[in-house]
Design a protein around this ligand. Structure first.
Ligand SMILES: Nc1nc2c(c(=O)[nH]1)N[C@H]1C(S)=C(S)[C@@H](COP(=O)(O)OP(=O)(O)OC[C@H]3O[C@@H](n4cnc5c(N)ncnc54)[C@H](O)[C@@H]3O)O[C@H]1N2
Ligand code: MOO
Ligand SMILES: [Mg+2]
Length: 430
C-alpha cells in the first residue's frame, strides 16, 4: 500500500553521489575476491560441466598398442611383393585375433593372422590387409589366404601413441569438462576427476511489489521473474543456487537476510532496490555496511546502478531490479566470479566480432550492452539488436544469444559496422 506520510519529506542528495567505475575496473575489483574454492574429486560421470582443478597428462600412450583399423589379416608386407593378378600369394592363417585378445604367436614369413578391427596387431606383422582384398581356400584343415596385390607396410594399423604419448598434456587446469573431455578422461582411466567445489550462491529479491510465480496478478504488483532467472543463470555458470525468496522493501529485514546469507554462502546475489528511490533499501544497506563497498555505479547501460560490496571476504552483488539490467549485471559480474571460484580458465563471456545487421541509433555516454540475436549469412556473423531492449523489458531477454557492446559516445551505428559481441552461453538462435 502506498504510504501517504512519505509525501512530506526533505530529499537529500547524498545518496546520489556515486562515482562510476568502468566495467573492467568493476570486474577487477570483484575478481580480486573470487578465489578458487577447495578441490574435490567427483566420479567421471558427474564431472560434466565442472572445471578441471588439475591438468591431466596421459599416464600411458594412447592407443596403448598397435591397433588394426580393419577386419582382415595381419601380414608381413614383404611376403606380398610378388603378388599380382596372375600370381596370387598364398599365406597360411596361423592365428585368429578377436578384439580384446592378444596373439598366441609371432607372425613369421609365410604366415598371417586373421584379425578384427580394434585388435592388437601381432608381433612380426607390419601391415593389415582388408578382408575384401583377399580370397581364401582350405587345404587339409588349414586355411590359406590369397593376396593379388603387393601390400605396403603400415596399412590399416593405428600405431601405439598416435593420439597421445606418455606424459603429454591432454586437458589443462581450468577446462570446463564437456562430453569429448569425458571420453578422453575415460580412455585414460580417470575414474575420478579433480574439480573445484561449486560455489553456493544465495539469491534473494527485494520488492514489495513482488508476487510468487504461482500467485494471481493483483493491481500494482508483478511476479518475481528475476529470482528464477538468476537461479537458472547461477546453475548455467556452474554454481549451486540457494533460493532465499523475496522480501518486502524493509531495511531491517534486508539487513538480517544479507547478514545470514553472507555468513552461509560463497556469494550473495540480490536483485532490486539499488537505485535512488525511497524504497531502494539495498543501496542504503550497502552504504551503511561495515564491509568494503567495491562499487555502486558502473559506466554501463543497462545495469549502471549495479552495486557490490565485500564483507568477511564474501561478495555481495546487488543487481538492479530491472530485468534487463539484472541479466546483464549477472553476465558481466556474477558469471566471472562464479567461474573463478570454480577455477575457470576463461571466466568471462567470449568476445566475438560481428557485423551489425541493422542501424542502431541509440547513443549513450555509457557503454551499452544490447541484447541481440546472432545469425550466420553466407559465412558472415551478423548481430541483430532486439527491437526493444530497455532495461525494464523482460521478454526480449529470451531472444538474445549475445550482447552487442556499443562503446560510449560511438555515435549512430549503421548496418554493416563491425561490432564486438559478448557471446552468451548456449546455441546461436538465428
Ligand atoms: N531518479 C532515478 N531513478 C532511477 C535511476 C536513477 O539513476 N535515478 N536509475 C534507473 C535505472 S537505470 C535503473 S536500472 C533502475 C534500478 O532500479 P532498482 O535496482 O532500484 O530496482 P527496483 O527499484 O527495485 O525495481 C526496478 C524495476 O524492476 C522491477 N523489479 C524489481 N525486482 C524484480 C524482480 N525480482 N522480478 C521482476 N521485476 C522486478 C520493479 O518492479 C521495477 O519496475 O532505477 C531507475 N530509476
Ligand atoms: O542502470 Mo539502468 O540498469 O540502465 O536501466
Ligand atoms: Mg528502485
Amino acid at each position: 500500500m502506498a504510504n501517504p506520510e512519505n509525501h512530506n519529506k526533505e530529499y537529500t542528495n547524498d545518496k546520489f553521489q556515486r562515482s562510476a567505475l568502468q566495467v573492467r575496473e568493476a570486474q577487477a575489483r570483484l575478481t580480486a575476491y573470487a578465489a578458487p574454492l577447495s578441490l574435490e574429486e567427483v566420479p567421471l560421470n558427474q564431472s560434466y560441466g565442472r572445471f578441471l582443478a588439475r591438468s591431466v597428462h596421459a599416464p600411458h600412450p594412447f592407443p596403448a598398442f598397435d591397433r588394426s583399423s580393419m577386419d582382415g589379416f595381419a601380414v608381413i608386407a614383404a611376403d606380398t611383393v610378388s603378388a599380382g593378378d596372375n600370381s596370387v600369394v598364398w599365406l597360411k592363417v596361423v592365428d585368429v585375433i578377436p578384439c580384446g585378445a592378444v596373439a598366441s604367436r609371432e607372425i613369421t614369413t609365410g604366415t598371417v593372422a586373421r584379425i578384427m578391427t580394434g585388435a592388437q596387431v601381432p608381433g612380426g606383422a607390419d601391415t593389415v590387409v582388408m578382408l575384401e582384398a583377399t580370397e581364401s581356400r582350405m587345404e587339409d584343415g588349414v586355411t590359406y589366404v590369397g593376396i593379388r596385390k603387393p601390400q605396403a607396410a603400415g596399412l590399416h594399423i593405428t600405431p601405439r601413441g598416435l593420439e597421445l604419448g606418455t606424459g603429454e598434456l591432454v586437458l589443462p587446469e581450468g577446462t570446463i569438462i564437456g562430453a569429448g573431455d569425458i571420453a578422453a578422461l575415460a580412455a585414460l582411466g580417470a575414474a575420478n576427476v579433480p574439480v573445484r567445489r561449486r560455489p553456493k550462491v544465495g539469491i534473494f529479491a527485494t520488492g514489495t511489489e513482488l508476487l510468487e510465480v504461482d500467485e494471481p496478478l493483483v493491481p500494482g504488483k508483478i511476479r518475481n521473474s528475476n529470482s528464477p532467472m538468476l537461479e537458472a543463470l547461477v546453475r548455467e555458470a556452474g554454481g549451486e543456487p540457494i533460493m532465499l525468496g523475496a522480501i518486502v522493501d524493509d531495511l531491517e529485514l534486508a539487513r538480517s537476510k544479507v547478514q545470514m546469507a553472507l555468513e552461509s554462502y560463497d556469494l550473495v546475489i540480490t536483485t532490486g532496490g539499488v537505485s535512488v528511490g525511497d524504497y531502494d533499501i539495498m543501496g542504503d544497506l550497502i552504504r551503511e555496511q561495515s564491509g568494503e563497498m567495491l562499487f555502486n555505479k558502473v559506466t554501463m547501460r543497462p545495469g549502471s546502478v549495479t552495486t557490490a560490496a565485500v564483507r568477511g571476504g564474501t561478495i555481495l552483488l546487488a543487481l538492479s531490479g530491472n530485468p534487463g539490467a539484472c541479466f546483464v549485471g549477472f553476465q558481466l559480474f556474477a558469471r566471472p566470479v562464479i567461474g573463478l571460484m570454480q577455477g575457470a580458465a576463461q571466466p568471462f563471456l567470449p568476445e566475438w566480432t560481428a557485423v551489425l545487421g541493422v542501424d542502431y541509433k541509440r547513443v549513450n555516454s555509457f557503454t551499452r550492452y544490447v541484447r541481440a540475436r546472432l545469425e550466420i549469412r553466407e559465412g558472415v556473423l551478423y548481430a541483430f539488436p532486439a527491437a526493444v531492449d530497455e532495461s525494464s523489458v523482460t521478454v526480449t531477454i529470451k531472444d538474445s544469444d549475445c550482447l552487442i557492446v556499443i562503446p560510449p559516445d560511438s555515435g549512430q551505428m549503421t548496418s554493416g559496422d563491425k561490432v564486438t559481441v559478448l557471446k552468451l552461453p548456449g546455441e546461436i538462435r538465428g
